[in-house]
Write a protein that binds this ligand. Structure first.
Ligand code: HEM
Length: 371
């Protein structure tokens, strides 16, 4: 069972090679006292330091006449590369806590983007978020469960999401996994060894709010995938939608998985080999003035949709960037308008959170630079 260091200049769980499992939680603060929020972020830092080292809430067995300190289900597990990443939603900067003048411009609401029409309020937003990733499902569940428990009296769970089968590669040398459409996902991602790319596109530096230096903005989207209709689409059309081969992940213009895509190539009929409305073309830096972001999503299923009888499944899209307006919004505006994939997907929830710099050592806490 591997350990990912918790303390550092930057939070783990962003460029950490992607683990296999996710639990994500969005919380709302119920207290109106900013000191309660600070104390909570301190408790969370102490807990995260322990959980990521494979330790329980407390070393003390506790009093037999009181509920145990730790809920216990990860007692024999080890850390399994657990990372805990915390973020602040725009709503934390409203009138309640006197933080309005510390809200970064990058956290201003994104407004309505094409494809957003069915975002459900019950699974959207939240004052705080916690992303727990590990190579074991019970370890991520334990971390979120106990952090939500530690929030009692200050914040309550608003919504949460389990994810399995990482749907992106972020680590240098990680093999590219597959999403629930069966395609390799994460080929043209920003990889962990590309430190220049990460500094340019992911880590905040010198923005209007210096407390965000070494932080990053998380944009999450719960994207339902219409799996039953996708499964009736022929292979050639599936490949046209992505612009890549389903088996190898290679671009339709040839080569192997990591061969650059040739957007200018035309077939004998004069038609572009990569459809101009394919997902890779519309999302590419070439089509968006060089814009990129770090993808870190997970496949999900919530079982069966009781209303339709279909599988409720899709992609829990997680992306990190310096500025959601200049990156996610630009890409999603283009994709939402004319991505061939739109016939098979719907954005149903999500949110934007400012993930502050890392917790530097024991006694430091999430977002100390903000308060
Ligand atoms: C590329 C799947 C949503 C941004 C890809 C690729 C696949 C894929 C299979 C090609 C392999 C790769 O380079 O990773 C999906 C699915 C989605 C989804 C199934 C929804 C269910 C999104 C969204 C965004 C996005 C919402 C951003 C707003 C990108 C980018 C690339 C990409 C930037 C790389 C393009 C390039 O430079 O070649 N996606 N994607 N995707 N996707 Fe998505």
């Amino acid at each position: 069972a591997q350990t990912v260091p918790f303390y550092g200049t930057r939070q783990a769980g962003i460029t950490t090679p992607q683990q296999e499992r996710l639990m994500f939680a969005a919380l709302d603060v119920t207290s109106t006292d900013v000191q309660d929020v600070q104390r909570l972020l301190g408790r969370w830092a102490a807990l995260a330091a322990r959980f990521t080292a494979g330790r329980p809430v407390s070393d003390s067995p506790g009093n037999p006449d009181a509920p145990p300190f730790d809920t216990g289900e990860a007692m024999d597990s080890g850390p399994y590369s657990l990372t805990i990443t915390v973020g602040f939603g725009a709503s934390l900067f409203d009138d309640r806590f006197g933080l309005a003048d510390r809200r970064p411009a990058a956290l201003a609401p994104l407004g309505t983007i094409p494809g957003d029409a069915v975002m459900k309020p019950a699974i959207t937003g939240g004052d705080l978020c916690i992303q727990a990733c590990a190579d074991d499902p019970q370890v991520v569940f334990h971390a979120i469960r106990n952090m939500v428990r530690a929030a009692r009296g200050t914040a309550v769970l608003r919504w949460s999401q389990l994810g399995f089968g990482r749907a992106s590669a972020t680590g240098a040398g990680q093999t590219t996994p597959r999403n629930l459409f069966g395609f390799r996902d994460g080929t043209n991602n920003i990889h962990a060894d590309d430190t220049g790319g990460l500094d340019q596109h992911v880590w905040v530096s010198g923005s209007d709010q210096r407390w965000m230096d070494d932080g990053s903005y998380l944009v999450a989207r719960k994207i339902r995938m219409e799996i039953e209709s996708w499964d009736t689409d022929d292979l050639a059309d599936q490949q046209r939608i992505f612009g890549r081969r389903k088996d190898t992940g290679a671009p339709l213009t040839g080569g192997t998985e990591f061969t650059p895509i040739d957007f200018h190539r035309t077939g004998a009929d004069g038609v572009p080999v990569i459809d101009p409305h394919s997902h890779v073309r519309l999302a590419s830096p070439e089509a968006n003035g060089g814009v990129r972001l770090l993808r870190r999503g997970y496949n999900y299923t919530d079982g069966q949709d009781p209303d339709t009888g279909k599988l409720a499944a899709g992609l829990f899209f997680l992306s990190y960037q310096r500025d959601p307006h200049a990156q996610f919004k630009v890409l999603q505006t283009r994709l939402g308008k004319s991505d061939l994939m739109n016939e098979y997907i719907a954005h149903i929830g999500g949110g934007v959170w400012a993930c502050p710099p890392g917790v530097r050592q024991a006694g430091d806490w999430f977002g100390r630079s903000l308060f």
